[in-house]
Design a binder for this molecule. Sequence first.
Ligand SMILES: [Zn+2]
Length: 375
Amino acid sequence: MERCRSRRQGRRRLILFAALCLLVLFGLMAFQALAFSQTRVPRCTEKDIEEAKSLASSAKLKISIAKEVFSETHPEGTVVSQEPAGGSRVRKGSLVKVVVSKGPRPIKVEPVALEAGKDMSPETVSETTSTPEERPSTPVLSTPVAPPPSTDSTSTGTSVTTPPTAGGKVVCIDPGHQARANLGREPIGPGSSQTKEKCRGGATGVSSGTPEYKLTLEIGLKLRALLEKKGITVVMTRETNDVDISNIERAEIANEAGAHLFVRIHHNGSSNLSLGGACTLYPADGSWTAPIYASSRRAAQLIQRELVKSTGLKNNSIFARSDITGFNWSKVPAVLTEIGFLSNPEEDRLLNTGEFQDKAAQGLFNGIVEYLNET
Ligand SMILES: [Zn+2]
């Protein structure tokens, strides 16, 4: 009896042990199967779509372009966002949906006839005060463009200061910034309680260390030479770097000169060193600048087009701005060009060469002359 019971107990233990072993084995197999079927999603944002596709393929995932959007911050073909996020774990073969940039919104320059009195203000304009004097904020919608208005009135009938110098044309050139910034404040527009610095310090070449004010003057003087050769009268807001002229004072110089166009020269800067290209700003259709809105916009379109053509810089479009002191005090059509990024090593190098400065001045000149011929 005793021997028989112990043999039975031994057999039961063996069966139990075998069952336990099987359970552990199945558990291990299931865990392995799960682990091998999963993969980590690569970080695709800020990357080129082709690079994103290759990363996804290495992770055994598929990429699907969910949407293409205009972007001022992401170059064309760059991933703006993704779903699921980089770093998360998903099953192999899953789909990663990405939103890809189409680059900046394009500008249309072909004049299209509009009915008189029709609303010509499609822009939504940012009122942020933290934006630097020369930084773009809101892209312009690509809508048909109004024919250029005559010099004495816009299509809405608002009067524009008529330049006193009959016969010859007058251009006021404002080379941006000065050797010493003036951080005293002044109202951003006539009667405004909102203030901004009188003259901010500009950008600095990331490799060259060249200050923006030096380059804007060099290009400004080259532009003056081209315009004067064409018989156009030029008024400079400054001819040296050692000056102290606020943005209001710069606009008033253009007003007093009765300029047909007030051209402000700047160079951009960004913490993102890969950003590059040119953009042109013009006054928004606001209460201070409504009379110069349409003509300024037209000048911005022509100057931006010619500047990009002449320099080969990337076209970062034109922007309407309501927060720029030098625009809001101007009674004459005004534009502000951002010729390249001093934070971009290659554009910094180019801007420091006389050859590239000549191309920039020539581009500005071509656009200005085209604008003056239309007015
Ligand atoms: Zn500037």
